[in-house]
Design a protein around this ligand. Structure first.
Ligand SMILES: [Fe+2]
Ligand SMILES: [Fe+2]
Length: 179
């Protein structure tokens, strides 16, 4: 399925959240361990020839660690909440009452975490001139750069779907359900 051909504005928030979890969270869970292995192999292969690799690995570890809990928070707290808000709006019943106030509060937290990941990814993009392998790179380092670029592209799309579609629509649905 080519998600860019889907008009997400016409789909329910529940469908969009399910799609994000299946496609983008699934991608992270598959690719983060693979990237970790590729880093180890590329470090071994290059034998300390590329100083940037250590910085790249440190940045990747920060993103990977932060993403682990970020995905869980979305899946176990925020997305189910968004589905309940949408259901309340459709049923013309009051939105769920939350211990943390409006849904805008956990959303702000997730948006902040997206920005933190973006700062790390931007540093990695700059250091590698868009994930280009250095001159004389071996096959593992080439594969690492390719996989990092694909990961970066997927993150861009993932964050765009949440920040520009799912989250603002959830805030609007809560407002509507509040009447
Ligand atoms: Fe997500
Ligand atoms: Fe997110």
């Amino acid at each position: 399925m080519d998600e860019t051909k889907i008009d997400w504005a016409q789909r329910s928030l529940a469908e969009l959240a399910t799609h994000i979890v299946a496609v983008h969270h699934g991608y992270c869970r598959r690719e983060l361990p693979r990237l970790s292995e590729l880093f180890a192999e590329a470090v071994k292969e290059s034998g300390g020839r590329y100083a940037t690799l250590a910085d790249l690995l440190a940045g990747f570890r920060r993103v990977s660690r932060a993403l682990g809990s970020h995905l869980l928070k979305e899946e176990s707290i925020l997305f189910p909440l968004i589905e309940r808000i949408e259901a309340a709006q459709e049923a013309h019943t009051p939105p769920p009452t939350l211990c943390f106030g409006s849904v805008g509060n956990p959303i702000r937290m997730m948006v902040l975490e997206h920005s933190e990941a973006e700062v790390e990814l931007q540093k990695m993009r700059v250091a590698t001139r868009g994930f280009q392998p250095p001159e004389g790179a071996g096959p593992k380092l080439m594969e690492l750069c390719r996989t990092l670029r694909a990961f970066d592209d997927d993150m861009t799309r993932h964050v765009e779907l949440e920040d520009q579609s799912l989250f603002p629509r959830a805030v609007a649905a809560e407002q509507k359900a509040l009447g």
